[in-house]
Design a protein around this ligand. Structure first.
Ligand SMILES: [Zn+2]
Length: 665
C-alpha cells in the first residue's frame, strides 16, 4: 500500500482541542499523509536556542494514531522577527537597492552566512528531534524556492559570492571581458572585485552578464537547499527529502535542484493566477505536469493541489463541483503517485485568509470535503496498482532553463515568451491526444519518434552535434525560428548565416528576418492560409523543400516551413510562430509522417493520458469542461471507473486499463 492522498495542515492556526476532530475527519476522507510546519519557525523556536517541538510532536502523534503520516517542512522561507533583529543584514536587497523588510515571507538572503548559521542550528535541532519519530516519513526543504524573491538579492554578501562564482568559471578577468563582450559601452573590468550585482542602471544591461547572473542565482538556490539537505540526510537517513516546485517557474534550475532530492514535488494551482485569467487552460496545466515529471524522469508528488477558491486581497472563481477531482486526476494521469490538497481548512488570519481549502472557515465538511472523500475512496485502490508507472510518450519537447533565461533577457519580440512558445507546440499534440515528454536537449533522444526543439536560441557545438546525430540515425526533429542565434555566452554567432551548422540538417539558410511587431503575417500550408505572429525568418532553400509559404510582405511566396531529409532522418524548420490552427494542422501532418499513436479523438477540453508499467497501461479520460462531451478511444481498453464509454459528464474522470501484451484483461 502506497501513500496517495493528503492535505496540507496547519495545526498552529487552530486551538488544540480542534485537532482530534480534524484527524477524525481526515481519516474518514481517506487522508494518508499531511505536510506540516513549513511556516512555523517562531512557534518552534520563539527565542534563539529555545526549542518548542512538543506541540508538533503532539500533532504528529495524534495524526499517526489515525493512520496519517507526516511530511515536515523546514520553515526557512519565513525567518522570525527575532532573527531579523539580531541579523538585519539577512533582509534581501532588490534591484533598486531597497531593503525588502519583514512582514511577508521569503525575506531572506540565501547567501548570507549569519542566516545559514541560524538554519544550521534550527534544522539540526528539528531533524534530530524527529529522526526517530514513527509518524514522520520525510521532509520538504523550505517552500517554493525562488518564489517571491523577485530579482533575488543584490546585497554585499551576494555580490562577493557572485564574484567568486565568476572567478571560478572564467579563471581570469580577460576571459570574462571576452565572454561578456565588454568592449561595448566601455564595460571592461580590471578585476573580479569591480563586478557588482545587477542593480538598476541608468539605461540598458549587458545580456551576457545577465545570463551569468541568472545562472549564478539558480546555483545559489541549489546550494541553499543543499545546506539543509545535508543536515537532514545525516540526521534522518530513513526519511525522504523533497521540495515543492512551481511547474515552469525559472528562478532555479529544477533539473539541478532535483539531484538533491529523492523525488520532486509540485504545487499546482490551475486558478493560481486568478488576477489575470480565471483558470489556466487544461493543456497548459497538462504541460506543467509533464515538465515536472521530466525534472527527474520519475513519478512525483503534488504537494499542493488546489482545493478551493484562490485569493489574497481579491479572489478567483469558485471551483465547480467535480473540477477539483478533474484537476487532481490530471496530476495522477501524468505521473503523480501522491496528491496533497492545499489546504485542509481555510485560515482565519494572515495574507492567505481567502486561499480556500477542503474545509471552509467554519471547519464544517461541505461539498468539497464530500467530493474529495469520494475521489479518494474511488481511486486509492487503482493508484496502489499503478504506483511507479510512467507515461511513455513517443514525442519529446526540449526544455531548457538557459534558453528561458536568455529569452527573458532579450525576448526578441516584446510578447515572445519561451515557455508559451513550448506550449504552442505542446497544445498541438495535446489536442490530438498524443502524449508528450519534456526533455533536456542533451538527453538521449533515440527513444522518441519525434523531437520538437523550439527556440534553440543559445547553441554550442555539443548540442549541435547531438541533434545532428539524432537525425542522422533516423530521428525526426522540428526546429524553429531563433535557432543558433547565440553562443553559450549570449553573444551573437558570426561564423555563418542562421541557423548555423544546423542549417546543414535543415537544408536551409536564414540570412534575413522580420520581427512582426504590430504587423500581421500569414502562412499558406496545405490548402489554407493561417495567421502567424511575432516573427518571420526569410528562408533560402539549400536542399530542403518548402511545405509552407508566407502570404504577406516583401517575402510573400518564400518558404516559411521547410522539410529536409538528412541521412536516415528528417528535419522540419518553422520560421514563424504558428497560430493554434496552423499548429493543429502541422501536428496532424507530423503525426502521419512520424507514425505517431493517438489515444483517441475528442473535442477541446477533453484530455487523454496514459501511464504504464511492464504489464499494464492505464488510460485516463478527463472532461475539464462544464458540458457533456462525446469522445472516441482508439485501442481496446477495459473500463475501471466511469459510467459510459465514449461519453463524459461535466468534469467526469474515467479510468481504463489494458494488458500490454495482447488481449484486454
Ligand atoms: Zn544577498
Amino acid at each position: 500500500m502506497g501513500i496517495h492522498f493528503g492535505v496540507d495542515y496547519y495545526p498552529e492556526h487552530w486551538d488544540k482541542d480542534r485537532w482530534e476532530t480534524d484527524a477524525k475527519l481526515m481519516q474518514e476522507m481517506g487522508v494518508q499523509v499531511v505536510r506540516m510546519a513549513e511556516f512555523s519557525w517562531f512557534k518552534m523556536e520563539p527565542k534563539k536556542g529555545e526549542f518548542h517541538f512538543e506541540w508538533l510532536e503532539e500533532a504528529v502523534a495524534l495524526l499517526d494514531s489515525y493512520g496519517i503520516k507526516t511530511v515536515l517542512g523546514t520553515p526557512t522561507a519565513a525567518p522570525p522577527a527575532w532573527i531579523i533583529e539580531e541579523n538585519p543584514e539577512i533582509l534581501p536587497i532588490d534591484m533598486q537597492g531597497r531593503v525588502r523588510h519583514f512582514g511577508g515571507r521569503h525575506h531572506d538572503c540565501q547567501s548570507n552566512s549569519a542566516y545559514r548559521e541560524h538554519i544550521r542550528r534550527f534544522v539540526t535541532a528539528m531533524s534530530q528531534r524527529f529522526a526517530e519519530n514513527p509518524g514522520v516519513i520525510g521532509w520538504q526543504i523550505d517552500n517554493e524556492l525562488g518564489n517571491s524573491h523577485g530579482d533575488l538579492c543584490m546585497c554585499n554578501s551576494c555580490k562577493k559570492r557572485y564574484q567568486e562564482w565568476l572567478e571560478k568559471k572564467y579563471g581570469n578577468i580577460e576571459m570574462l571581458n571576452e565572454a561578456w563582450g565588454t568592449a561595448f559601452w566601455s564595460q571592461g573590468y580590471n578585476s573580479f572585485s569591480q563586478i557588482g550585482t545587477p542593480l538598476i542602471t541608468a539605461v540598458g544591461e549587458n545580456p551576457s552578464a545577465m545570463l551569468d547572473w541568472k545562472c549564478f542565482c539558480s546555483d545559489l538556490i541549489v546550494d541553499f537547499a543543499k545546506w539543509q539537505a545535508d543536515i537532514i540526510r545525516e540526521n534522518c537517513p530513513n526519511h525522504f527529502i523533497t521540495h515543492n516546485y512551481m511547474c515552469f517557474d525559472n528562478k532555479v534550475n529544477y533539473y539541478d535542484l532535483g539531484e538533491l532530492l529523492d523525488f520532486v514535488s509540485n504545487d499546482i494551482y490551475p486558478a493560481g493566477n486568478w488576477q489575470k485569467q480565471p483558470h489556466q487552460p487544461d493543456y497548459e496545466m497538462a504541460s506543467c505536469q509533464d515538465v515536472v515529471r521530466g525534472y527527474k524522469k520519475q513519478p512525483y508528488w503534488v504537494m499542493e493541489q488546489q482545493a478551493g477558491i484562490a485569493g489574497w486581497g481579491t479572489m478567483g472563481r469558485a471551483v465547480d463541483p467535480g473540477q477539483m477531482s478533474a484537476w487532481a486526476m490530471q496530476s495522477v494521469a501524468h505521473g503523480a503517485d501522491c496528491v496533497v490538497f492545499f489546504r485542509w481548512r481555510a485560515c482565519a488570519m494572515g495574507t492567505e485568509q481567502y486561499w480556500h481549502g477542503i474545509l471552509g472557515h467554519s471547519g464544517r465538511p461541505g461539498r468539497t470535503y464530500e467530493e474529495a472523500k469520494k475521489l479518494i475512496h474511488t481511486f486509492t485502490p487503482h493508484m496502489d496498482e499503478m504506483q511507479g508507472s510512467m507515461p511513455a510518450p513517443e514525442v519529446a519537447i526540449v526544455h531548457s532553463f538557459r534558453q528561458n533565461y536568455a529569452l527573458d533577457i532579450q525576448p526578441n519580440h516584446p510578447d515572445l515568451h519561451y515557455v508559451e512558445e513550448l506550449q504552442i507546440y505542446y497544445r498541438g499534440f495535446y489536442e490530438k491526444k498524443i502524449p508528450v515528454d519534456f526533455v533536456q536537449g542533451m538527453d538521449d533522444l533515440s527513444g522518441y519518434k519525434l523531437v520538437v526543439a523550439p527556440l534553440q536560441y543559445l547553441m554550442n557545438p555539443e548540442l549541435e552535434q547531438h541533434y545532428m546525430d539524432y537525425v542522422a540515425q533516423g530521428g525526426h526533429l522540428v526546429l524553429t525560428m531563433r535557432t543558433g542565434v547565440k553562443d553559450e555566452h549570449n553573444l551573437c554567432m558570426i561564423d555563418r548565416e542562421l541557423p548555423g551548422k544546423l542549417g546543414d540538417i535543415c537544408g536551409i539558410e536564414v540570412a534575413d528576418y522580420d520581427c512582426l511587431f504590430e504587423k500581421e503575417g500569414s502562412v499558406l500550408f496545405g490548402k489554407n492560409e493561417y495567421p502567424v505572429e511575432k516573427w518571420a525568418d526569410i528562408i533560402t532553400l539549400k536542399g530542403a523543400k518548402a511545405i509552407g509559404e508566407y502570404g504577406t510582405s516583401f517575402y510573400k511566396g518564400t518558404p516559411a516551413i521547410t522539410e529536409n531529409g538528412y541521412e536516415k532522418g528528417k528535419v522540419w524548420y518553422v520560421g514563424t510562430e504558428p497560430s493554434k490552427e496552423l499548429v493543429s494542422d502541422l501536428t496532424e501532418y507530423l503525426a502521419k509522417e512520424c507514425e505517431l499513436t493517438k489515444l483517441g479523438s475528442a473535442p477541446e477540453g477533453v484530455e487523454m493520458m496514459t501511464r504504464e508499467n511492464a504489464g499494464q497501461c492505464w488510460l485516463f479520460v478527463i472532461n475539464h469542461t462544464e458540458e457533456e462531451k462525446v469522445y472516441h478511444l482508439y485501442g481496446n481498453y477495459k473500463m475501471l471507473e466511469g459510467e459510459k464509454q465514449d461519453f463524459l459528464k461535466p468534469y467526469e474522470v474515467q479510468l481504463f486499463v489494458r494488458n500490454k501484451y495482447g488481449r484486454t484483461n
